[in-house]
Design a protein. Structure first.
Length: 356
């Protein structure tokens, strides 16, 4: 099969997307597919460029951050200068690789590459692609909408506020609390704020970043759940083995997520069968509630009382060597090439059903 892996873009998560996309391209070639890795900004990558990206991996610090500052990092700018989706839209009209492929595998993280805009462009062009469609992508990318749907469905999720004052956040949510972009992923600009002073400083820094960049970015402030962190990958309509994340930091931040040795990721998690079943069933409910497709990853915190709190769902989870979904698939007896092959075959089969 001819597969175009879309990667890169210009969102804050470009570096992670490049690493994910090149990993997927390499895995699909191992499965016998003919693959082009297409950067939606710069065009098709050479094999040498792919090899260089894979060798370099992902940097220690998240884009736009410096060491130190409130909550473990100070944001230099509020948002990326452009969206990956806009670049991807240009790629659709500019690059012949899109028309060449049988299936597109989106490995774009963040921005319009993951919020449904890219998916809408591919739908309009009649292009078969892997992963969640327009509706599910939009629902899952907006964390406020996601949490409203979870709450209405009776799925526990931590309390939250969007763009509050420091006083509102502390009074409603308490401290410590979590701050993160309302639309984003890869743990970029994810902070654990220990006290009211850090909350106030984070809100100030976000305002400064928005002013300097000229682009406002909504931030979510979420009640902190003390407990154990778990993740459940979904493949098709199957929940993969539960994984537990034990981070070196107080939360699974950018450095812990992408640097070797900064977190223990245990697959399958060493938990009771009852808890594993609860997490898997709840992850499948979230996957279906948000209209997700092909593959996703749903993250949870389990508190001391044993309650599983859903944090968010990821429609295009990371696919690097350090990523969680491939580790969950491995725990289910599936190699990384087999995982990527299964994903593109689901997309190809759906395209046949749709056209018939």
């Amino acid at each position: 099969m001819k597969v175009v892996v879309l990667l890169g873009g210009e969102s804050e998560e470009r570096e992670v997307s490049l690493a994910s996309g090149c990993s997927v391209a390499d895995a699909l070639r191992q499965s016998g597919h003919d693959v082009v890795a297409l950067d939606s900004v710069g065009g098709a990558l050479t094999r040498a460029e792919e090899a260089k990206i894979l060798a370099e991996g992902v940097g220690r610090l998240a884009p736009g951050e410096i060491a130190g500052g409130a909550g473990g990092g100070a944001s230099v700018s509020g948002t990326a200068s452009a969206s990956s989706g806009a670049s991807a839209g240009t790629a659709l009209s500019r690059h012949e690789e899109i028309a060449w492929g049988d299936v597109v595998f989106p490995a774009l993280h963040g921005g319009m590459g993951e919020d449904g805009t890219l998916q809408a462009l591919l739908d309009l062009g009649g292009v078969a692609y892997a992963g969640t469609g327009l509706l599910g992508s939009g629902l899952a990318m907006d964390k406020d909408v996601t949490k409203r749907l979870l709450r209405d469905a009776g799925i526990p999720t931590p309390d939250w506020l969007v763009n509050p004052t420091a006083q509102e956040a502390v009074e409603r949510l308490g401290v410590p609390l979590i701050a993160k972009p309302m639309a984003g992923g890869s743990s970029v600009r994810l902070y654990l704020l220990d006290d009211a002073a850090q909350v106030e400083e984070r809100i100030r820094l976000e305002a400064v970043g928005a002013s300097e960049s000229g682009e406002a970015s909504d931030m979510m402030y979420e009640a902190f759940v003390s407990g154990r962190e778990f993740t459940v990958g979904i493949l098709g309509e199957e929940a993969l083995p539960v994984g537990e994340i034990v981070s070196e930091h107080g939360l699974f931040d950018y450095e812990c997520k992408y640097q070797a040795g900064m977190a223990d990721e245990v697959f399958p998690a060493e938990i009771s069968d009852a808890l594993a079943q609860t997490l898997q069933e709840r992850a499948l409910r979230v996957h279906r509630l948000l209209r997700l497709r092909d593959f996703s990853r749903v993250d949870f915190m389990v508190d001391g009382e044993g309650e599983a709190w859903c944090l968010e769902a990821n429609t295009l989870p990371g696919m690097t060597a350090n990523s969680l979904l491939p580790k969950a698939a491995h725990a289910a007896g599936m190699t990384f090439p087999e995982l990527c092959d299964r994903i593109v075959r689901m997309a190809a089969e759906r395209a046949v059903r749709t056209s018939s």
